[in-house]
Structures are given as C-alpha cells and as structure tokens.
Design a protein around this ligand. Structure first.
Ligand code: FAD
Ligand code: UDP
Length: 389
C-alpha cells in the first residue's frame, strides 16, 4: 500500500488528480477503481483511518484469527451485477448466516419462523396453520408507519415485546414507535422453517477477507492511496478536478443545519479457547440478546470466515449515542435535516456524494456498491457529453 511519501514521489503535486476520493470504504474504493480502470483517470483516495476498507475492513488479531474490527460484515445481494463486479477482485466462500435470539431462556431462530413459534409456545403448528396463528396474534394496523406498527401488525404484541422491543430500544436508544417502519422491516417473518438470516440469491464471504478484496480494488497504478489523513488537510494542497465524498454529509457542510443523528457502537472483542474437542462456542454465527445485557448481539467470527484455528474470537456490540457515526437513524425529523444538506450538495457540481454516510441511508454493502457503479455511469456519461463535439 502506498503511503503519504511514496504517493508524492509517484505523483508530483503539479500534475494533480482527476478525482479526489474521500473514504476508502466500498463507496470510495469502487468508484476509484472504475474511474482509474475504465475512464483512465488519475485518482487519489484519502482516508482518515490508518487502513482501507472503511467499516468492512478486516484483520488478523494477535492470536491470528481473522476478525472484523467494526462489527460482523456478511455479504449478501440479489444483484447479479454487483456480485459479478466484485468477483473480479475476490474469490468467495459460500456462507449462509444464521441467528438465534435468546428469549425466555431458549435460543430461538431469528427471523421468527415456524420453529420459533412452536418452541416458544410449546405448539406443533404446521406451515399451513402458521399464517392463521400469526393473523390471530397480529393487531390490525391500517397504515403501518413506525417500526412498532410493522411488527405488531405482522406478529402481534407478544412476539414484538419478546424479540423486537428491547433490542430496538438498546440499538437505537429510541422506542420502535419513534423509528421509521423500514428499520424493523429489514427482518422478515417466515411461516416455514427456513432459519437463514438472509434469503438473497448470492450469500458469500470474500475468501481471503474484505481487506484483500479492497487491496485488489485499489491496486490499479493510477490509484494512489493516502491513509491516516483527513481530506481537509490536503484538499487545498493537492490539485484535483472532481471530488467523490463518502464521509458524513453534515460534517462536509460544517454542520450548518445542525448535527444529523447517528448511532454508534462499542465493539468488545474477546478471544477464547473452546472447550476440549470443540472448535466453536456458539451454535450459530450470531446470538441476539433482545432483553438482557447492554450488548445487542454476539458474533463468533469463525462461523463467518470458516477459519481453522484452536482459539475462537467473538465480538459484543454495545450501542452508544456518541462516537463514530455507524448508523443513520431513520425517522422523519432526521430525514428533514438530511434533505437540507442534500439540497446544498446538489448545488456543488464538482463534488459527488455517495455511500452510507453521505447519503444518510441505512445501506448494506451491496447497495453501496450498486450506488457507486451507478454514480460511475452518471459521471462518465456527463464527461463524454462535454467532450463529444
Ligand atoms: P464506510 O465504510 O463508512 O467508509 C467511509 C470512509 O470515509 C471511512 O473509512 C472513513 O474513515 C472515511 N472518512 C470519513 N470522513 C473522512 C474525512 N474527513 N477524511 C478522510 N476520510 C474520511 N452491510 C452488509 O451488507 N452486511 C453486513 O453484515 C453489515 N454489517 C454491518 C455491521 C455494522 C456494525 C455496521 C456499522 C455496518 C454493517 N453493514 C453491513 C453496512 C456496511 O458497513 C456499509 O454498507 C458499508 O461499509 C458502507 O460503505 P461506505 O464506503 O459508504 O462507508
Ligand atoms: N431487530 C430486533 N431484534 C432482532 C434483530 C433485529 O428488534 O433480534 C430490529 C432492530 O431494530 C435492528 C433492526 O431490526 O436494528 C435491523 O436488524 P439488522 O439485523 O438488519 O441490523 P444490522 O445488522 O444492520 O445492525
């Protein structure tokens, strides 16, 4: 990876860059790769962190276990385009994520499915009977608007209280009634026994990890990477023609309309020795704790990575109000503030805003990749409009 000094040696400041990319996460790295390899551009990628990959960055810990320092990242998409694009930069390890929720002294499948209901209530419903059962539990809600409405309208108050209410209050510091429906709507309800967390067509982990994938994305000779640097420290020193910005949009505009609400997390990593004869300590990749503890969920990385190692590493996620901006908080009053920033952003023809932080959208990785690929098409289309006589 190129550092600050070699970057300047390789690219004298006088020659400048076509594009300055702020952020080496999926948004910035994908756009940098496209601009360099498909449009022949000279690109400088700058990130204030000391590594590439943004929140998807992974690394080997002191024991040699591959871990995700910013929380578990499981790749899943229905987009053949996104999957085949990324497949140029990584091989894959097929992986279907499973989650159990610790409720009433049992570990039960999440999303709620037929087995969840049967085991929780001591029933033996069939798939055919499950629809009727849920309908009998559900409250009638004409126009579901909040994260409470969407769950209570689907599965009723008891399942809502046991699986969603406490988790959501911990994760967001808000009651589900104060959050857009889209938040809890991410988690479906199933009348069958499918216990996979995701049902997307493509579900896999980068075979050699995310960081290797990012190294390959950024390997083009026309891309220079500068780490440990806030873009503000170089933005007036390095010549560039266009900026791609994937940091928080409120920070870009110096919080002129106030700070956007973000939710943060502490990640507590622990490495343990599994009991003799075992290689894992959890039955599945993630165990959710909706009703007890300060943490929301515990993930054991070896499930995700398939790594063979005598120890095992887990991460506990403890939500907090301040700190790194990990999650936009989807609710109307925040969207209203974002709209003001968005209107400012639209005035700036030399800056493209993309990614989860600049779009203030609760995007998964594949959605960010799709957004970056679409932005590339848009940017190069307008370039060719200008240069074509
Ligand atoms: P980021 O990865 O946040 O990258 C933005 C980069 O910009 C950062 O590296 C930051 O340092 C840099 N930056 C910001 N400001 C500046 C500045 N002033 N100067 C220089 N650099 C700056 N998605 C999934 O699909 N599956 C999952 O399982 C999944 N799990 C997740 C778990 C957690 C705990 C979190 C928080 C997110 C998860 N996601 C998951 C979402 C995923 O992390 C994002 O969709 C994706 O990483 C966003 O990429 P990005 O490039 O937009 O942003
Ligand atoms: N959720 C919940 N209980 C769970 C899992 C999820 O209440 O056991 C709610 C919670 O509000 C959470 C949201 O559904 O923030 C989205 O869950 P997801 O697993 O998609 O969250 P992420 O992986 O993005 O943190």
């Amino acid at each position: 990876m190129m550092n600050y000094k070699t970057m300047f040696a390789a690219a004298p400041a006088s020659s400048g860059y076509d594009t300055l990319v702020v952020g080496a996460g999926f948004a910035g790295s994908v756009l940098a790769e496209r601009l360099a390899s498909q449009a022949g551009q000279r690109v400088l990628v700058v990130d204030k962190r000391p590594h590439i990959g943004g929140n998807a960055y992974d690394r080997f810990d002191d024991a040699g276990l591959l871990v995700h320092p910013y929380g578990p990242h499981i790749f899943h998409t229905n987009s053949a385009d996104v999957f085949s694009y990324l497949s140029q930069f990584t091989s894959w390890r097929p992986y279907q994520h499973r989650v159990l929720a610790s409720v009433d002294g049992q570990l039960l499948p999440m999303p709620i499915n037929l087995d969840t209901v049967n085991r929780l209530y001591g029933l033996s419903l069939t798939s055919f009977e499950m629809d009727g059962f849920l309908a009998s539990m559900a409250e009638k809600i004409e126009h579901p608007q909040t994260s409470e409405d969407v769950v209570v309208g689907r599965v009723g108050r008891d399942l809502y209280n046991k699986f969603f209410k406490g988790y959501t209050r911990k994760q967001w510091g808000l009651d589900p009634s104060e959050l857009d429906a889209s938040v809890t709507a991410r988690v479906p309800t199933r009348t069958n026994r499918d216990d996979r967390y995701f049902t997307d067509t493509y579900q896999a982990m980068p075979l050699h990890g995310y960081t290797r994938l990012f190294e390959n994305l950024l390997a083009h000779p026309n891309i220079h990477v500068m780490l440990g640097t806030d873009y503000r420290d170089i933005v007036h020193l390095v010549p560039w023609r266009h900026m791609v910005y994937s940091g928080p949009i409120d920070s870009f505009f110096d919080y002129r309309f106030g700070r956007l609400a973000w939710r943060s997390l502490d990640f507590e990593h622990v490495t343990v020795q599994p009991p003799r004869g075992q290689s894992l300590v959890q039955p599945v990749g993630t165990v959710n704790h909706p009703n007890d503890h300060l943490y929301t969920r515990v993930t054991e990385f070896k499930h995700l990575t398939g790594q063979v190692h005598e120890s095992t590493s887990l991460v506990y996620e403890i939500p907090r109000a301040d700190g790194e901006p990990y999650y936009p908080v989807p609710r109307a009053e925040n969207t209203a503030v974002f709209r003001r920033y968005e209107a400012e952003a639209e005035q700036l023809s030399d800056v493209t805003f993309i990614g989860r932080l600049a779009s203030y959208k609760y995007y998964n990785m594949d959605q960010v990749v799709a957004q970056a690929l679409a932005a590339f098409k848009r940017l190069t289309k307008s370039t060719s409009t200008v240069t074509t006589p």
